[in-house]
Design a protein around this ligand. Structure first.
Ligand code: PLP
Length: 438
């Protein structure tokens, strides 16, 4: 499989180069040259196959011969080494729980896969790579956990001071070894700006081999198809599901649509957004308006200009009409989200986190127009990750699992910098010098 840049100004590359580069030199996103057809005998036999076999079949064509089949199988096995259950909430709606991984959010799957692929590719190299990433909360923890102790890879994570939840911060700062957390006295946008500046700094890149681990990397994006197949594997109904995906940067739903276009039966997709409504507005009016992101209680989805939306458009040959046949989008307010969390807890005794609640609300709205259909919402994070928000909404204590509580007994280490580029360069140069001595 070869990947082209969506800006069309860079050479085509294989999976290895796309993973190492992250983004094409012309700053475009990489996109697979062809969409593989999943064999019908695989689709028909999903419920009899192991999850490992399914995941291996799905990803094999994308990886090609850049990783030997045996190693790829191991990578897949380690990536999905935790349950991903489909849990019915009521007659019409089931929750695909993607939060049983080490950092309690769906990003574990992409990050675990990518870290192992990059680790494999770096084995043959006599240089180290530094993964530089900005996080608003969940990406950092998943990347830290995924890359912990991966040889040949150093990780530097920037997070905005005081703007991630307590548990999210502990997930960033308690690993140590090859993982460094840097607290930036600014906003998430400041962190992202610093990262972008570093990637554009040709002089810096001459001395430090830098790559990124955010959702534009194909090795993080593509394995997210796995759990759509696992959902269908557990689906008991004749008519395929409507699938609602809480969306921010649109990497997750883009993987779902890719799975569908490869042959996975799905009746319809819903891109469930919070108040950041660029895509819902675009689907309704055909106008894509640049806006600033607004802060909500589903903070991992506070994205104004979703990076992966261009990939979704490419899947539909940049035709809005074709897209609208397969995907709807809905913007859900914080007020509606709170109401859903309370309502679903009281009526069905199921605890949704704020992101899942956005997905649930949009799905319920859609299904109210189609009584014969049933749906799945992707529950993208464990409610405990947003502990304080949950307690405030429910007005009652929410218990913290022992594995999470134990984080607070570990030593937290972080550097702190002002939001200026020179401070970041100083930290990066320092990291690089130390690791080259070791
Ligand atoms: C990142 C994240 C999302 C948004 O996923 P995208 O792939 O960026 O659309 C939704 N929910 C949670 C909990 C997340 O961490």
């Amino acid at each position: 499989m070869r990947y082209y840049s969506l800006n069309h100004q860079s050479p085509k590359v294989d999976f290895k180069e796309a993973t190492i580069n992250g983004q094409a030199p012309d700053k475009g996103l990489y996109f697979p040259e062809t969409i593989p057809r999943i064999p019908k005998h695989v689709i028909d036999r999903l419920s009899e196959m192991s999850r490992e076999d399914i995941a291996f079949e799905i990803i094999k064509p994308y990886v090609g011969d850049t990783i030997p089949a045996e190693r790829l199988r191991e990578i897949v096995r380690e990536t999905i080494d935790f349950p991903i259950p489909l849990n019915p909430i009521n007659d019409q709606i089931s929750s695909l729980e993607l939060f049983h991984g080490p950092t309690l959010a769906f990003k574990d799957i992409g990050a675990r896969f990518m870290s192992r692929c990059l680790g494999h590719f770096m084995k043959g190299e006599n240089r180290k790579v530094t993964v530089l990433v900005a996080t608003s909360g969940d990406t950092g923890g998943a990347v830290a956990s995924g890359f912990y102790e991966v040889e040949g890879v150093e990780v530097v994570i920037l997070f905005p001071k005081g703007k991630v939840s307590r548990i999210q911060e502990l997930q960033l700062t308690t690993f140590g070894k090859n993982i460094r957390a840097i607290e930036v006295a600014g906003s998430f946008d400041d962190c992202q700006k610093l990262v972008k500046e570093a990637f554009a700094d040709e002089q810096l890149k001459e001395s430090i081999f830098l790559t990124s681990a955010n959702s534009i990397n194909v090795a993080r994006w593509l394995p997210q198809q796995f759990y759509y197949f696992f959902a269908l594997q557990q689906w008991k109904h004749k008519t395929p599901p409507v699938i609602s995906v809480p969306s921010g940067n649109f990497g997750n739903i883009c993987a779902g649509i890719l799975a569908h276009l490869s042959g996975l039966p799905v009746t319809h997709f819903i891109a469930a957004c919070n108040a950041n409504d660029v895509v819902p507005v675009y689907l309704e009016t055909g106008l894509y308006t640049g806006k600033k992101s607004v802060a909500t209680i589903s903070n991992a989805m506070d994205v104004a200009d979703p990076s992966n939306f261009i990939r979704i458009m490419e899947l539909f040959h940049q035709e809005l009409k074709m897209l609208k046949d397969v995907v709807s989008s809905e913007s859900i307010s914080d007020e509606q989200t709170r109401k859903t969390i309370k309502g679903v807890k009281n009526k069905w005794n199921y605890l949704l986190d704020p992101h899942g609640a956005v997905g649930y609300t949009a799905l319920e709205k859609y299904l109210s127009k189609f009584h014969d259909l049933k749906g799945i919402l992707l529950e993208t994070a464990h409610p405990v990750k947003f502990h304080d928000t949950m307690e405030e909404i429910l007005g009652e204590p929410v218990s913290i699992p022992a594995t999470v509580e134990s984080l607070s007994h570990k030593t937290a280490v972080k550097d702190s910098i002002e939001p200026n580029y020179q401070s970041l360069v100083a930290v990066l140069t320092n990291v690089w010098r130390n690791t080259c001595i070791n």
